[in-house]
Design a protein around this ligand. Structure first.
Ligand code: G3P
Length: 249
């Protein structure tokens, strides 16, 4: 892990029912968690209120998405103000499922990120290449382009956590090796130092996402530039998510 405080997010995606979420919350409430780790969970919007009212304050809450500005006549959207109203401190933006399944583009994502930060909601900014892009040797180009689009939209990186999620590793059980992840994380930090500032580069938390589980997290966490994780499937199991949180080194 790097110099910033370790950060572990649980992205529950479009999973759960009132019952399964109540069980997950009670498992998280009884888990012993290392104190020196920021822990955040992102439930589906519908269940945020249930989670906020039952989950320990030790764990912060994130939205999985937000609208680009103030609320109003935007059917189906959720505003940053509404996320704040129900207790969210964070929002995940640029997730590969929103980029590649739903079709969000960099400009739209950048607008959301800028607006969330303007309202003091932290952004978990996701980047990552597709398998064919990796195979074509374009991993850095793709990640740097996505970073640049965030950088162009953002006035500050203070409340931003960067999540590197190689698309081929998401939900596939094919985790990046610690070396593969470290190589990209180091390149991201280097990009930040050259294109934003040395200070932002050294403070930035760059977390890894893609098939992280209780068995592979501690080897990944040992790498110098891996400052935490964004966990999908394994975050739906309380004890395993706790193991991942506690793999901080
Ligand atoms: O945002 C987390 C994510 O995309 C990784 O999902 O299920 O591979 O851990 P998963």
């Amino acid at each position: 892990a790097g110099s910033g405080k370790f950060f572990v997010g649980g992205n529950w995606k479009c999973n759960g029912t009132k019952d399964s979420i109540s069980k997950l919350v009670s498992d998280l409430n009884s888990a012993k968690l290392e104190s020196d780790v920021d822990v955040v969970v992102a439930p589906p919007f519908l269940y945020i209120d249930q989670v906020k009212s039952s989950l320990t304050d030790r764990i912060e809450i994130s939205g999985q998405n937000c609208w680009t500005g103030k609320g109003g006549a935007f059917t189906g959207e959720i505003s940053v103000e509404q996320l704040k109203d129900v207790g969210c401190k964070w929002v995940i933006l640029g997730h590969s499922e929103r980029r590649h399944v739903i079709g969000e583009n960099d400009e739209f994502i950048g607008k959301k990120a800028a607006y969330a930060l303007s309202q003091n909601v932290g952004v978990i900014a996701c980047i990552g290449e597709l398998l064919e892009e990796r195979e074509a040797g374009k991993t850095f180009d793709v990640c740097f382009k996505q970073l640049k689009d965030f950088a162009d939209a953002l006035l500050s990186w203070d409340d931003v956590v960067i999540a590197y999620e190689p698309v081929w590793a998401i939900g596939t059980g094919k985790v990046a090796s610690p070396e593969q992840a470290q190589e990209v994380h180091a390149a991201v930090r280097d990009w930040l130092s050259k294109n934003v500032s040395a200070e932002v580069a050294s403070k930035a938390r760059i977390i890894y996402g893609g098939s992280v589980n209780g068995g592979n997290s501690s080897d990944l966490a040992k790498k110098e530039d891996i400052d935490g994780f964004l966990v999908g499937g394994a975050s739906l199991k309380g004890p395993e998510f706790a193991t991942i949180i506690n793999s901080v080194t």
